[in-house]
Design a protein around this ligand. Structure first.
Ligand SMILES: CC(C)(COP(=O)(O)OP(=O)(O)OC[C@H]1O[C@@H](n2cnc3c(N)ncnc32)[C@H](O)[C@@H]1OP(=O)(O)O)[C@@H](O)C(=O)NCCC(=O)NCCS
Length: 218
């Protein structure tokens, strides 16, 4: 009788990078501040960047998550994340991606999170809005950002998916956000996520002197 070949065990693909999306806490503020600055640099908007860590600390964590400003933090680690037990508002999403090559992250010390091996790689900030036509709240996404060295590995998709999942779980019917018209990569990414880009809508903003002029308005 001819010997049969042993069943083939699939070879492990690449090296795993463990990932977690969790709610931000006030301890994350220094990282959030730096991520917002990197977002401003990316969008060529550093002249508008005036956020301070103390302003973020005193504003972002004053109410229950999802009922006001909410931030999901994306972290990565070469080691698995421990199972989270006490999470009253949001059970972190954990998963692993397989990389062909290790990521060279020159800013890893700046973005080191708890423990030695955990690094913050991105964030999404969102809050409820109220589309009157549906008569139900939705979420407005203010910022979605994945640090340069971690892009095109599915992390942006996971962050936006986490918000979309929460939107559905809360019975809301809409997520909305703005994108700069030159940001073709982000537009393609959003369209692939199933979003529609509405060309006719323009952003209106009242700020600075134009806003302050109303201080004494009657
Ligand atoms: C836009 C952004 C959040 C996307 O995150 P990401 O982690 O790079 O995206 P993902 O890896 O999850 O991409 C999922 C899919 O979207 C599409 N996509 C994402 N980035 C793309 C790019 N630069 N060019 C073309 N398609 C892209 C691809 O189809 C991709 O799947 P694939 O890599 O298997 O082809 C990230 O690139 C980023 O932070 N950019 C800078 C800041 C920014 O533009 N924020 C949005 C402001 S509105």
């Amino acid at each position: 009788m001819a010997a049969t070949a042993p069943p083939k065990t699939p070879a492990p693909v690449g090296r795993p990078l463990f990932s977690r999306i969790r709610l931000a806490t006030p301890l994350d503020v220094p990282h959030i501040h730096k991520l917002i600055h990197q977002m401003a640099v990316f969008e060529h908007l550093t002249d508008l960047f005036s956020a301070t860590e103390s302003a973020l600390s005193s504003t972002l964590f004053n109410s229950e998550p999802f009922h006001s400003f909410t931030i999901f933090i994306l972290e990565v680690s070469p080691n698995p994340f421990p199972e989270s037990t006490v999470e009253p508002f949001y059970k972190p999403t954990v998963w692993a991606v397989n990389l062909d090559l290790p990521i060279k992250d020159p800013d890893r010390d700046t973005f080191r999170s708890e423990g030695d091996d955990v690094v913050v790689a991105g964030f999404v900030l969102f809050f409820p809005n109220f589309p009157t036509l549906t008569g139900k709240p939705g979420f407005y996404v203010e910022d979605l950002f994945v640090r340069e060295y971690y892009r095109r590995k599915g992390f942006g998709k996971m962050l936006l998916t986490a918000v979309a999942k929460q939107t559905v779980a809360m019975g809301y019917e809409r997520m909305e956000w703005a994108v700069l018209d030159w940001n073709a990569n982000a537009i393609k990414f959003y369209e692939e996520m199933g979003a529609k880009v509405y060309q006719p809508w323009r952003i209106c903003r009242l700020t600075g002197e134009a806003l302050l002029a109303y201080r004494t308005a009657e």
